[in-house]
Design a binder for this molecule. Structure first.
Ligand code: PGA
Length: 247
């Protein structure tokens, strides 16, 4: 299965910084078999598209609307994103779920519209600290996946999952290999019951120093990386770690 390195720039960088990032990455990782992605703010997409040419990096958005169009001030539709040339979008990131009220139902609508607009989707799931401490991790993953599986027939090759334990995002706390192995195996089994085999990324404080070990965990197809994806050298080091995990 293809390995994936996906950067999530969140609300970081202005155009000059995005331009510098792609210039520094240059052609260094362009020809590898790893699928390389950077998800930017909508305002950086056109700059990212222009300067990522030749780098081998696909540009994604970080979210899209749950409606095809309409009176939703400040929102961006999947169709608008596809129209300016992005390849895909994140959906259901825990920061959207936590701070912007994205429910499972809404996330599935977003994913469906994105797939309809021929965008790829990285669909994020994961439990909070309280949910893990109360032994609810599997129930939460099952609920989040059950919603998505309603539209699995649309997925084709364009759906990627990301398991991101909420307590590990931006905290410096990484899930350990056992926790990652258990969660990924659980997700893969649920998918298999529906006849699906999708790439499953791990996300949550991934760094060049821990990525090789994480990528060696069974059913881990790569990473969704926030902080460590912002710096060009760090992005290249993540890419090297992912390639090394195969050896
Ligand atoms: P982090 O973010 O790598 O900074 O923890 C991951 C994410 O939010 O996707």
């Amino acid at each position: 299965m293809t390995q994936v390195l996906a950067g999530n720039w969140k609300m970081f960088k202005v155009r000059s910084e995005a331009e510098a990032f792609f210039q520094q990455v240059g052609l260094q990782i362009a020809t590898s078999d790893v699928r390389k992605i950077v998800a930017t703010s909508p305002l950086l997409i056109e700059t990212a598209l222009e300067f990522s040419t030749g780098t081998g990096i696909d540009i994604f958005a970080q979210d899209c609307s749950w409606l095809p169009e309409g009176a939703l001030t400040g929102d961006t539709s999947a169709r608008q994103l596809a129209d300016i040339g992005v390849k895909g979008t994140l959906v259901g990131h825990s920061e959207r779920r936590q701070f912007f009220g994205d429910t499972d139902e809404r996330c599935v609508k977003k994913a469906e519209l994105a797939l309809d607009a021929e965008l790829d989707v990285i669909y994020c799931i994961g439990e909070s600290l309280a949910e893990r401490q109360n032994q609810h991790t599997e129930a939460v993953l099952e609920r989040q996946l059950a919603a998505l599986l309603q539209i699995a027939d649309k997925a084709g090759e364009r759906l990627i999952l990301a398991y991101e334990p909420v307590w590990a995002i931006g905290t410096g706390l990484t899930a350990n290999s056992d926790q990652i192995r258990d969660a990924h195996a659980f997700i893969a089994t649920l998918l298999l019951k529906k006849g699906l085999s999708l790439p499953i990324l791990y996300g949550g404080s991934v760094k060049p120093a821990n990525f090789k070990e994480i990528s060696r965990v069974p059913h881990v197809a790569g990473g969704l990386v926030g902080g460590a994806s912002l710096d060009a050298k760090s992005f290249i080091d993540l890419h090297t770690a992912l390639l090394d995990s195969e050896i």
